[in-house]
Design a protein around this ligand. Structure first.
Ligand SMILES: [Cu+2]
Length: 310
C-alpha cells in the first residue's frame, strides 16, 4: 500500500519534472524562433523582439508555472485521498462537515493567486495601450485578400508613401530563393513593410471590406482591422530582421494567403529606402531591401546588413 503510494508520488514528480523541462525548452529553441517565422520542430512561441512581446512571453511562462504547480498539487491530493480514504483503508468514515479554517483557506488562497496573476496582467495591458511618442506612423488596411500599407507624413511638408503587400506565388518564391532570399512559403510578400530598428512605430489598423486582423507574433501585435474604424497597436523592434505574421480574423476564401512581413533595418538603410520610395523609385527601394535581405540571410546578423548597406 505505502509502496504503491510512493510509486504514484514518484510518477507525479516525474510528470512535474517533465513539465518544467518543457517550459525551460523555450530558451533552447530561440535559435529556431529567431527566424521571425514558425519553423519545423519548433516548441514554444516565436522569438520576442519587442518589449511588449517579451512581456507577453514572461507572463505566459509565469502563469504556466502556476497552472502546473496547481495541477500537480491537486493530483497529489487526489492520489492521497484515493489510497488513504478508500473503503478498505478507511472503513468508518468521519462525519465532519465543516472546518472554518480550511474553508477560509481554500477561499483566500485562490483569491491571492488570482490577484498575483492579475497585477502583472494589468501592467502588461497598460503597456500595450500606453502609446509612446511615435517616430513613425503606418496605416495598415486589410482587403480581400492583401494588405495595403501607408506611411503617414510627419507634417504638412512631408510626403506620404503607400504600397500593397501581396503574397508571393510559388514561382516567385522559387525566384526569390534562387536569388538567396529565405522567402518562406505562405509568408513572403512582394512589398515588405520597412521600419527602423529601436524606433516607436504606431500602426493604425483598418479594413476596406470585411474584418481582418493585423498580427505579427514576434512584436506581440494583434489588432482587428474593422471597416470604418481605426484600431491601433505599437511596437519597438529591438533587432533587425524580417518578422512575419498572418491575417488572424477569418475573412474569406484567401484568408490564409494575406501575410504580413515587417522588415526591421538599421536607421541609415531605412532613410535610404524611404528616400527612394518618396522619389517614386520603387525599383531602387526594392534593390535596397534585397541587398539587406540577402546579407541577413547569409550572415544572420545586423552588423553584416549594416556593412552591406555602406
Ligand atoms: Cu483577412
Amino acid at each position: 500500500m505505502i509502496h504503491r503510494m510512493l510509486g504514484l508520488l514518484r510518477a507525479g514528480a516525474a510528470f512535474a519534472f517533465a513539465a518544467f523541462v518543457m517550459l525551460g525548452w523555450r530558451g533552447a529553441d530561440l535559435a529556431y524562433a529567431a527566424a521571425g517565422h514558425p519553423v519545423d520542430g519548433q516548441l514554444g512561441m516565436q522569438d520576442a523582439v519587442t518589449p511588449i512581446a517579451r512581456g507577453i512571453h514572461e507572463f505566459h511562462d509565469k502563469v504556466n508555472a502556476i497552472i502546473i504547480a496547481i495541477a500537480i498539487f491537486v493530483l497529489i491530493l487526489m492520489i492521497y485521498v484515493v489510497f488513504r480514504f478508500n473503503s478498505k483503508a478507511n472503513p468508518t468514515p468521519s462525519r465532519t462537515t465543516h472546518n472554518t479554517i480550511l474553508e477560509v483557506a481554500w477561499t483566500v488562497i485562490p483569491i491571492m493567486v488570482l490577484v498575483y496573476i492579475a497585477l502583472p496582467s494589468f501592467k502588461l495591458l497598460r503597456a500595450q495601450y500606453d502609446y509612446p511618442e511615435p517616430d513613425l506612423t503606418i496605416k495598415a488596411t486589410g482587403y480581400q485578400w492583401y494588405w495595403s500599407h501607408e506611411y503617414l507624413p510627419k507634417d504638412k511638408n512631408d510626403k506620404s508613401i503607400a504600397f500593397d503587400s501581396l503574397i508571393l506565388s510559388d514561382d516567385e518564391i522559387k525566384e526569390a530563393k534562387a536569388a538567396g532570399l529565405p522567402a518562406p512559403r505562405n509568408l513572403a510578400v512582394d512589398n515588405e513593410v520597412v521600419v527602423p530598428v529601436n524606433k516607436n512605430v504606431h500602426v493604425l489598423v483598418t479594413a476596406g471590406d470585411v474584418i481582418h486582423n493585423w498580427t505579427v507574433p514576434s512584436f506581440g501585435s494583434k489588432v482587428d482591422a474593422v471597416p470604418g474604424r481605426i484600431n491601433t497597436t505599437w511596437f519597438r523592434a529591438e533587432r533587425t530582421g524580417v518578422y512575419y505574421g498572418q491575417c488572424s480574423e477569418l475573412c474569406g476564401k484567401d484568408h490564409a494567403f494575406m501575410p504580413i512581413a515587417v522588415r526591421v533595418v538599421e536607421e541609415p538603410v531605412y532613410a535610404e529606402w524611404m528616400g527612394a520610395m518618396k522619389a517614386g523609385d520603387k525599383k531602387k527601394a526594392k534593390e535596397i531591401i534585397k541587398r539587406i535581405a540577402v546579407a541577413e540571410a547569409g550572415g544572420k546578423s545586423s552588423e553584416v546588413a549594416a556593412a552591406a548597406s555602406k
